[in-house]
Design a protein around this ligand. Structure first.
Ligand SMILES: [Zn+2]
Ligand SMILES: [Zn+2]
Length: 355
């Protein structure tokens, strides 16, 4: 039998551009596996860390490796034990990342992304989606999209950029309501969704978007932000926040960047008893000024990805047209150009690779 080959953009060496190469088309070896024809893959900041080799000690990869972890596409082939009432070839699916063991405490709780042995496509021993086809180890990790008129490029970013802020804002929704405020730091891939969830779950809260780029702040306004603040405007930021919040400071801040500077900004802007949620992974370390943190009884916690049911929920919001995916498509051939643009911060919304 002649082995079929497919195109993939792979890491051959850390710190180098991805290489577009031919690799064998994945084959089903275990009965619950599924092969998905990739329709679209989101380009994430985490990919930059990965490509540069910054994460090689925490996520050791056997190079060469195909990255890409925000994937949607069509079922190409299913293993013998995949229930055909759930999935059949041709179905439009989103690939849920965080492939857990299925039996540990976290998996049984429904939070497979928290599993000690969770594996992500393109961030583990499994190849990711910057390719024409991908092997998914189990049908359990696929969400079927019932509305097949939706383009995969609107679904792919929901598996991470659209999912991570969703889980984070659900955790703080009880702090929101009329007279309250929520700030979204960073209007990149995650933040443009974050602003929309802040409106949906904010129950009348003021939604403030903060970024260094005016173009991204314009996007935040289109996503429903009530106020926008350019973070490069310096000392006046705290004053602006105090004006917006009647001198209380913010009730909730979602930091989608996670740099030392944004953590400092968040603590300057948060009000008494306020809550900061950290989801961005840009920096390594943040500094906490002890006195304001203690005096204002600030709460701060992290939130990781989202779970399977939460992915179903965000897809439902997209299908209903209650959220919009702001995307910019790039063909697989131009993936390195897209990566450069992501590095320079010139992609507004989410960059999506379409093989
Ligand atoms: Zn990501
Ligand atoms: Zn598990």
């Amino acid at each position: 039998m002649v082995e079929k080959s497919i195109r993939a953009a792979r890491i051959l060496e850390y710190g180098k551009p991805l290489s577009l190469v031919s690799v064998p088309k994945p084959r089903i070896c275990r009965d619950e596996e599924v092969i998905v024809r990739v329709g679209a893959v989101g380009l994430c900041h985490s990919d930059l860390h990965l490509l540069n080799g910054e994460w090689k000690s925490i996520i050791p990869l056997d190079l060469p490796k195909t990255p890409g972890h925000e994937i949607a596409g069509w079922v190409e082939e299913i293993g013998k034990s995949v229930p055909t009432n759930l999935l059949t070839p041709g179905d439009l699916v989103a690939i849920f990342g965080g492939w857990g063991c299925g039996i540990c405490f976290y998996c049984k709780q429904g939070n497979e992304q928290m599993c000690e042995s969770a594996k992500w496509p393109g961030l583990s021993s499994y190849d990711g989606g910057f390719a024409e086809y991908i092997l998914v180890p189990s049908f359990r990790f696929l969400v079927k999209v019932q509305d097949t008129s939706i383009l995969p490029e609107k679904i792919a970013p929901l598996t991470d950029a659209g999912l991570t802020p969703y889980r984070a804002i659900k955790k703080v929704r009880h702090h929101l309501g009329p007279g309250k405020s929520i700030g979204i730091i960073g209007v990149g891939g995650l933040g443009s969704y974050g602003v929309q969830y802040a409106k949906l779950f904010g129950a009348g809260s003021k939604v403030v978007a903060l970024d260094r780029s005016d173009k991204k702040l314009e996007l935040a306004q289109r996503c429903g932000a009530d106020h926008v603040i350019n973070l490069s405007s310096g000392e006046s930021i705290k004053e602006k926040i105090m004006n917006i919040t009647s001198n209380k400071g913010m009730d909730v801040i979602l930091d989608t960047v996670g740099a030392e500077s944004t953590i400092t900004d968040a603590i300057r802007m948060i009000g008494k008893g306020g809550t900061i949620v950290l989801v961005g992974l840009m920096g390594n370390m943040g500094k906490i000024p002890v006195a304001p943190f203690v005096i204002n009884e600030v709460k701060m916690f992290g939130s990781l990805w989202g779970n399977f049911n939460e992915l179903k929920e965000v897809i439902d919001l997209q299908v209903q047209g209650k959220i919009i995916s702001n995307i910019r498509n790039f063909k697989l051939d131009y993936i390195n150009e897209a990566i450069e643009m992501l590095k320079n911060g010139t992609i507004v919304g989410r960059g999506v690779i379409v093989p």
